[in-house]
Every structure is written in C-alpha cells, then in structure tokens.
Design a protein around this ligand. Structure first.
Ligand code: SAH
Length: 214
C-alpha cells in the first residue's frame, strides 16, 4: 500500500473541508491529515477515500464519514494515555485516529469477518498497540473496565447500562442514540450514580445490533 503526494494533497483538502464544516480541534485535524484513509477502503474506492462520505467496507457495514469521525473524536476530548473503549471496530479507521492521538485503544466488533480483517490489518499499517476483541458491544469489555472514554460508532436504540457502568467517574461517552435516525449524545459520569446526558445534533449510523455474528 502506497501513500503518495497525491493522497497527501487530497487529505489536506479534506482537512480544509472539515474545518469549514466546523471542526476546530487541531489535534483531531492533524490525525485526519496523517492517517491514509485510502488504506481502509477497497482499491475500487481509492479515489473516493478523501471525499467527506461514508463507504461500504463489506459485511453490510460502512466506514463512517470523515466529518462524523472528526466530530465524535472532538466531542470525546481524548488526551494521551487515556484508556478508550470503541464499540464497532468496522474498518479500524476510528480506532487508528484514537491511537494516533495517543489513547490506549480497546475496540470491539460483533462481525467475525471484520474483526479478523482488522486484527491483521491494523498491526500491518503501524498500529500494533490497538487491542481488538470479537465481542458484543451491548456488554462492553468488563474485564478491562473502567474506561475514561467510550465511543459507540453504531446507532444505538438506547444506552446500554453495561456501558454506563464501565465508564470511569469523570469519564465521557459519545454515542448516537435512536432507531432510524440518531441524536448524538455526550454523556458525562459526574459521580458513581450521576450521569449528565447532553443531546447534540442528528446523525445516521448503521444499527447497533445485539449479539455476535459468525
Ligand atoms: N468505527 C468504524 C465504523 C464502523 S460502522 C470505522 O471507523 O470504520 C459500525 C460497526 O459497528 C460495524 O462494523 C458493526 O458491525 C459494528 N457493530 C454493530 N453492533 C455491534 C455490537 N453489538 N457490538 C460490536 N460491534 C457492533
């Protein structure tokens, strides 16, 4: 896989587009500028990799739109060394953005095929530190909890209690909630029994499905 000047130029233009759409966090923009998104797509879509669009990645799933990745990452307020749980590995792009920001990333996926693919692919492109699991996101990853940050990249009909419980006190979760259409929520765990749920804008994600898929 090659990352040419042409790709880098397209990425710089994508970053300018994201800036115009309101992304302000320079570290997030720098991560988008650094990570070759075309590595995560089929060769057939290579020339579309730097459009601000979602694309199919197999198993009926999509790699999220760059704006959505940037916006959610910005909302998550990640800093170096933080322990982050991502639900919905998919292509692994969002996980690499988080790792690029210096987070300690744990990511879970319910589709066996996508999990297997990401497990060999992420180390191969320079992210061996990302920990991948074939798990149901409704249950989270209790043996590694608590997490300072949790990001859910599929549209959740409701916020699973297991994920609230696995968030550190003082932690932040970003999750799109809704059946057909979702509202982005930023949830802060203020104290052991106190959460603040902040509704933000409308989005559309692939569904957060309960249980594993072989
Ligand atoms: N973060 C991904 C986006 C993938 S789309 C990326 O950067 O490419 C959402 C992903 O969530 C899909 O791969 C889907 O299979 C997965 N998913 C849906 N329900 C899930 C569940 N219950 N547990 C884990 N992953 C789930």
């Amino acid at each position: 896989m090659e990352d040419t000047y042409r790709h880098k130029g397209m990425r710089r233009r994508l970053v300018e587009t994201l800036r115009k759409k309101g992304i302000k966090d320079e570290k997030v923009l720098e991560a988008i500028a650094a990570l070759p998104r075309h590595f995560f797509l089929d060769k057939a879509f290579e020339d579309h990799a730097y459009q601000d669009k979602a694309f199919p990645i197999g198993s009926d799933q999509t790699i999220s739109q760059p704006y959505t990745v940037a916006h959610m990452t910005e909302l998550l307020e990640v800093s170096k060394r933080q322990k982050v749980l991502e639900v919905g590995t998919g292509s692994g792009y969002q996980a690499c953005i988080l790792a690029h920001l210096g987070a300690r990333v744990y990511t879970i996926e319910r589709q066996k095929e996508l999990y297997e693919l990401a497990k060999t692919f992420l180390p191969a492109i320079g992210y061996p530190q990302i920990r991948l699991f074939y798990r149901d996101g409704y249950k989270g990853l209790p043996e590694y909890a608590p997490f300072e940050r949790i990001i859910v990249t599929a549209g959740a009909p409701y916020v699973p209690d297991a994920l609230r419980e696995q968030l550190s006190v003082g932690g932040v979760m970003v999750i799109p909630v809704g059946e057909e259409e979702q509202t982005m929520y930023r949830i802060r765990r203020i104290a052991a029994n106190l959460y603040e749920d902040e509704p933000l804008g409308p989005f559309r994600f692939v569904p957060f499905v309960e249980g594993l898929n072989e």
